[in-house]
Design a binder for this molecule. Structure first.
Ligand code: GLA
Length: 577
């Protein structure tokens, strides 16, 4: 509306025939509205920008190799209950899956009640999970396995159960108290953080329960970037503005007599155009996220906004800014917040109860929408690179093609996640199942099974050792490629209808995967000495190599020349040393 008026003014002046008059009108209007064309242009460009990095790894001590486990979603979707989860845990225990390395039993969406409890905590569906989640975690733990759970970085989950956005701390505490060790955080019903920041004029700090407080005016802070002081004539006060879209920040120093929680209150001008967001970073370490509701009752122009911050004894530096310039930033900031809360919650729970800390593997699931490979390693342990997998060849191929290119972002404790496995689901052929598993192993993807593992145990309780799917999922060599301590994913060294993937392994070895995407058999010559020339593998150039065929189980000594015969949609995987 205002912009329209502005344009009208400019048009009218131009119509009158004088460019000078137009400029004058524009100038007056710009001054009045503090219109800044450069800032507007910058803001538009910033919207396309991701300003987040993964400078520091998440480092919670978990998932140093890609996590291995099972999830309820791919096959059971909304039809889950406590008995099913128990049966799955039993089957993982009895079938040899646990010995093969699969540890996590992950409950996906639909475990929750539709309402939080009286204390604002998430609670499980009391009819389908009558024993509660803590008891289920105990059951799973008793079988040498770990329990995982799910929520959404939104107001609701994808199946419309209560989400965890703006409930991060309390939900992390709940999960830690239940003994959860894997947490998948979806993106449905997400509400992005506003790029706008409140206009702030006074900051107060007090101890809880004490009225007396330290007061800071706009003249007591240090402004940076585009932060500046403006007078609001209507309200009659000077406010700090210019914190929107990462444009500026301000800092204040305060001395605390003792360490502890302090009430932080700031006076902010009311805003009726949008919700506003400010981040308060204390001593460059702890972040507090404060939302200022949209709305402006006409009686008073400003209001008191409050949060609690933890200060250390002595001098503390508090920085106020809004780090969000784009939707990418928003997602990164939100996911990082939950990651920090999970780490805090598990640590605090362990300290309070005198038990060993159970770190929670943190799985970010925003479907690759906000370039999570760029910031995921700082936010959590794994990040979905794509939309949902389906048990079809087309889906598996598409997810592989996208993810294989992202190798450089993955490493110890932080993994690209092309979604959970569909091995054994749908109508995938034996070769397709093998290829799917091999590709995920080569890419260092998490190995989270999505099939009904109860089928691996016969009625008499013995393992169905002839089960072809079980044989694929427990192939020791293939799993060792995925779990190799170096933690380096494969790179595609040849792309076409037949791809060749090369992956460095510990002990001066490498894994090679020849992947035939076509519907015809293929014959692919390989030369180990040429592979050794690839700088990123530590494979020595030598006269003879030991070659282990992962799927045939054969070991041969050769001069390094071999021909990989692959079936349609099939693979050959060799470990060379
Ligand atoms: C999204 C996720 C899936 C699954 C469902 C649950 O689609 O990407 O993996 O968790 O939600 O509702």
């Amino acid at each position: 509306m205002e912009q329209k008026k502005l344009l009208k003014g400019v048009a009218a002046a131009a119509g009158a025939g004088t460019a000078a008059a137009a400029a004058a009108v524009l100038g007056v209007k710009m001054k009045k509205q503090e219109f800044c064309p450069v800032c507007t242009a910058k803001r538009v460009v910033h919207k396309l920008w991701l300003n987040q990095t993964a400078a520091n790894r998440y480092n919670n001590g978990a998932a140093l190799t890609p996590p291995m486990g099972w999830s309820s979603w791919n096959l059971f979707a909304t039809h889950i209950n406590e008995d099913l989860i128990k049966q799955i845990a039993d089957a993982m225990d009895k079938s040899g899956l646990r010995e093969a390395g699969y540890q996590y039993v992950n409950i996906d969406d639909c475990w929750q009640s539709s309402a939080r409890d009286g204390n604002g905590r998430l609670q499980c569906d009391k009819a389908t999970f009558p024993g509660g989640i803590k008891a289920l975690a105990d059951y799973v733990n008793a079988r040498g396995l770990k329990l995982g759970i799910y929520s959404s970085n939104g107001t609701w989950t994808c199946e419309d159960y209560p989400g965890s956005l703006r409930h991060e701390a309390i939900d992390a505490d709940t999960f830690a108290s239940w003994g959860i060790e894997y947490f998948k955080y979806d993106f449905c019903h997400n509400v992005p953080i506003s790029e706008k920041a409140p206009r702030i004029r006074q900051i107060e700090l007090s101890r809880p329960g004490e009225g007396a407080c330290r007061v800071f005016s706009v003249d007591d802070v240090t402004l940076s970037g585009r932060a500046r002081i403006v007078k609001d004539e209507a309200i009659g006060h000077r406010f700090i503005t210019g914190l929107c879209s990462r444009a500026g920040s301000f800092a204040l120093n305060t001395e605390a007599e003792e360490a502890g929680d302090y009430v932080l209150t700031f006076l902010a001008a009311k805003a009726d155009d949008a919700e506003r967001f400010v981040r308060i970073t204390v001593n460059g370490r702890d972040e507090y996220h404060v939302y200022c509701t949209k709305g402006r009752m006409p009686l008073h122009g400003e209001r008191r906004i409050q949060t609690t911050v933890r200060l250390q004894q002595g001098v503390n530096t508090l920085v106020f800014d809004n780090p969000v310039g784009s939707r990418f930033d928003s997602a990164a900031v939100q996911y990082k917040l939950m990651g920090r809360e999970l780490k805090r919650a598990t640590k605090e729970y362990a300290e309070k109860n005198g038990v060993p800390e159970k770190p929670i593997v943190y799985s970010i699931c925003e479907w690759g929408f906000n370039r999570p490979w760029k910031w995921g390693a700082e936010a959590g342990n794994l990040w979905r690179t794509t939309g949902d997998i389906k048990p079809t060849w087309v889906s598996i191929l598409a997810l592989y093609e996208w993810t294989v290119r992202l190798w450089k972002h993955a490493g110890k404790g932080g993994w690209n996640d092309p979604d959970m496995l569909e091995v054994g689901n749908g109508k995938l052929t034996h070769d397709e199942n093998r290829s799917h598993f091999s590709l995920w192993c080569m890419m260092n993807a998490p190995l989270i099974l999505g099939n009904d593992v109860r089928a691996f145990v016969k009625e008499d309780g013995s393992v169905d050792a002839d089960n072809k799917i079980l044989q694929i999922l427990t192939n020791k060599d293939m799993i060792a490629v995925n779990q190799d301590p170096l933690g380096v994913p494969c790179r595609r060294i040849k792309a076409g209808t037949v791809d060749v993937l090369l992956k460095p392994l510990s002990e001066a070895r490498a894994a090679v995967c020849v992947f035939n995407k076509s519907s015809r058999p293929a014959s692919t010559p390989l030369d180990c000495r040429k592979l050794a020339n690839e700088g990123f593998v530590n494979l020595p150039a030598k006269a003879g190599y030991t070659v282990r065929d992962v799927w045939e189980g054969t070991v041969t000594d050769c001069d390094g020349k071999l021909t990989a015969e692959t079936a349609p949609h099939g693979v050959k995987v060799y470990i060379i040393g």
